[in-house]
Design a protein around this ligand. Structure first.
Ligand SMILES: Nc1ncnc2c1ncn2[C@@H]1O[C@H](COP(=O)(O)OP(=O)(O)OP(=O)(O)O)[C@@H](O)[C@H]1O
Length: 236
């Protein structure tokens, strides 16, 4: 579904992604873990076209997408759930969703396109809050809204940047359940997380990043039993 090969990204003269390569197979969830500053958000932003690559390649469904504008990448089927949720505070829940709606078939041939009734089915709490303003929601509700808003663009691949940030443990569990349901609905997911247990509960593959490179990859079980990798790269 997604393939990065030898990706180098800079901010000015700072060399952030240093030859990053990994892939996300169809209908799977890959999780990027790593300390603050490892380059996880920069990876997500490079895929979404928000930061230009210096060199390397990013292919989505077989097609080169590096160098494309962000709105075109979104239209090709890559949805972004940004760090910090970024819901529109002065729009209602329903308006937050309808402004994102792209309409039309999702093109995956199996699942119906995402619309209001389908996202409300996934997140019933949002239906109850439909006429509340974005800024009246709890952190957990805002996270569900941020995910639902990305779904309204009918993505095939969802990029999620630290959805657990600032949430209570019980709410983090609900985010994990939502991710499982998205996988069941046929989505591929690239998740950036600091929360190791959430990451391991949803990941098919864990990718550990350090200084702009993947330094370890494996199953969640292999990571959980590897104290050395956890201490060296995750500080846990
Ligand atoms: N707009 C920017 N301009 C310059 N440097 C930046 C910019 N954004 C990030 N950086 C730097 O790039 C490096 C990687 O940052 P990035 O946000 O990708 O890391 P991260 O792994 O997502 O960490 P965090 O969990 O703290 O967000 C850091 O050293 C950071 O200071």
């Amino acid at each position: 579904m997604l393939e990065l090969e030898g990706v180098h990204t800079y901010y000015g003269t700072s060399h952030i992604l240093q030859g990053l390569s990994f892939s996300v197979p169809e209908r799977s969830c890959a999780v990027l873990l790593g300390r603050n500053g490892a380059g996880k958000t920069t990876t997500i932003h490079s895929i979404a076209g928000l930061v230009p690559l210096r060199s390397g390649s990013i292919r989505f469904m077989g097609r080169e997408i590096s160098g494309e504008r962000p709105h075109r990448i979104a239209r090709m089927g890559i949805g972004l759930v940004p760090q910090g949720r970024r819901v529109f505070p002065s729009l209602t829940v329903e308006e937050n969703l309808t402004v994102a709606s792209r309409g039309g078939p999702s093109g995956d041939g199996e699942n119906p396109p995402w619309d209001l009734s389908r996202v409300y089915e996934l997140f019933p709490a949002l239906r109850e809050r439909a006429s509340n303003m974005g800024n009246q929601l709890s952190g957990g509700e805002q996270q569900m809204l941020a995910i639902a808003r990305a779904l309204m663009t009918n993505p095939r691949l969802l990029l999620m940047d630290e959805p657990s940030e600032g949430l209570a443990p019980v709410v983090i569990e609900r985010v994990g359940e939502a991710i499982h349901r998205l996988k069941e609905a046929g989505l591929s997911i690239l998740l950036v997380e600091q929360h190791v247990s959430l990451a391991c509960s949803v990941a098919d593959e864990v990718l550990v990043m350090n200084k702009g490179r993947i330094v370890w990859r494996g199953s969640p079980e292999a990571l959980l039993s590897n104290r050395q990798v956890q201490q060296q790269y995750l500080g846990v």
